[in-house]
Ligand binder design. Structure first.
Ligand SMILES: [Zn+2]
Ligand SMILES: [Zn+2]
Ligand SMILES: [Zn+2]
Length: 365
């Protein structure tokens, strides 16, 4: 690969990292906010001002990325003549190079436009103005938000470097690099629209679930906040109203929970087992009654390695516990094969498969 291509790829990577900083960039302090923190002021003290300034800074920095690239090409000696930079060999390059100069100028014009009349036209201020009653000034709303942000009992959730959600006593705020969405809790409704599961690492069967919650307010356009399902309770506790969940949203089901459902479905049709003894509590959870008996019914013949064998233990597990035990013995990487895999009885170590799990008569699942 020629050095200029290596440089270009590197530059694209760095630019992307600046716009959408990964955790490595954040912890190394490689962010626009770190470099120009002094220009922004203090977030806890002047929350709204801080984010107005931050949006301006972001817009300007983003707009400079292409021209900086063109300049660096020259500085690092990839082109010899300044004229070559802007005329170039192809039309495409000329268009890119000229646009790169125009972009920062346009950004400056935009910033100038925002700054007029004490930021009247800035998107954050426009959003705040929707909450001005009786011609109050937007700064009144801003100072209300600032005051609440300073208090301890706010909830801040950030699920991506791109957006941060803050819920204070009366406000729901979503801060993005270029703007801030605002809703007042008194006239807002929150609905969980979608839940999506991501596996954090393929080594572990546990998943992270993200919820897309739509915030609807009578005064502004609806916006979506995205939170980790584990933050859901915090968020709900901070809100004055409950969060509705659409019926089709499958709420926080981990891979294990999902498998337990499939497991139940699979053993539902197995022959039932008749017990004529007093049933005890499940020894796994000590909550439910025992619900299953490991009862070798599959076609495996004994004597061979890995074949199912008879278990003579009395019924002592509920369905959930035996299903979770079953998952815990499976290879997390072979999820597709879990159902056809085998496991051993937690007590006597007899091998069993799904065909050998019999529900007791009368057990409803
Ligand atoms: Zn149990
Ligand atoms: Zn057993
Ligand atoms: Zn079997």
């Amino acid at each position: 690969m020629s050095p200029d291509i290596v440089f270009t790829l590197f530059y694209i990577l760095i630019s992307f990292g600046l716009i959408y900083p990964p955790s490595e960039f954040l912890s190394a302090g490689f962010t626009v906010q770190q470099w120009f923190g002094n220009l922004l002021g203090s977030e806890p003290e002047h929350f709204v001002r801080y984010h107005i300034r931050n949006s301006i800074l972001n817009l300007f920095v983003y707009s400079c990325l292409p021209v900086l690239y063109v300049i660096l090409l020259f500085v690092l000696g990839f082109v010899d003549e300044v004229s070559e930079l802007f005329i170039g060999n192809t039309i495409l390059w000329s268009v890119f190079a000229s646009t790169s100069i125009i972009l920062p100028l346009m950004a400056l014009l935009q910033i100038q436009f925002w700054r007029e009349n004490n930021f009247e036209k800035h998107p954050i201020v426009m959003n705040l103005k929707k909450f001005c009653n009786n011609n109050t000034h937007w700064e009144t709303v801003a100072s209300e938000i600032n005051n609440e942000y300073r208090r301890l009992e706010k909830v801040c959730v950030s699920t991506s470097p791109w957006a941060k959600v803050i819920v204070t006593e009366n406000w729901v705020l979503k801060v993005t690099p270029l703007t801030m969405f605002v809703a007042h809790q008194s006239d807002a409704s929150l609905v969980v629209k979608e839940a999506s599961n991501y596996q954090v690492s393929h080594m572990s069967p546990s998943e992270t679930q993200f919820l897309n919650i739509e915030v609807k307010s009578g005064r502004t356009d609806p916006f979506i906040i995205r939170i980790n399902a584990t933050s859901f309770k915090d968020l709900e506790n901070r809100l004055a109203r409950t969060i509705n969940i659409l019926p089709n949203v499958k709420f926080h089901k981990s891979v294990v929970e999902q498998f337990v459902d499939v497991f139940k479905e699979a053993i539902r049709n197995n022959p039932r087992y008749v017990v004529n003894m007093e049933l005890e509590q499940c020894i796994g959870c000590l909550q439910s009654q025992s619900e299953i008996k490991l009862n070798k019914l599959c076609d495996d013949v004994g004597g061979q390695q890995d074949n199912c064998t008879a278990c003579f233990c009395r019924p002592m597990w509920c369905v959930d516990c035996i299903a979770k035990w079953f998952v815990s013995r499976q290879d997390p990487e072979q999820r597709g094969q879990w159902l056809s895999s085998k496991c051993t009885c937690p007590m006597c170590r007899a091998t069993f498969c799904l065909l050998d799990v019999s529900l007791l008569v009368d057990v409803e699942i």
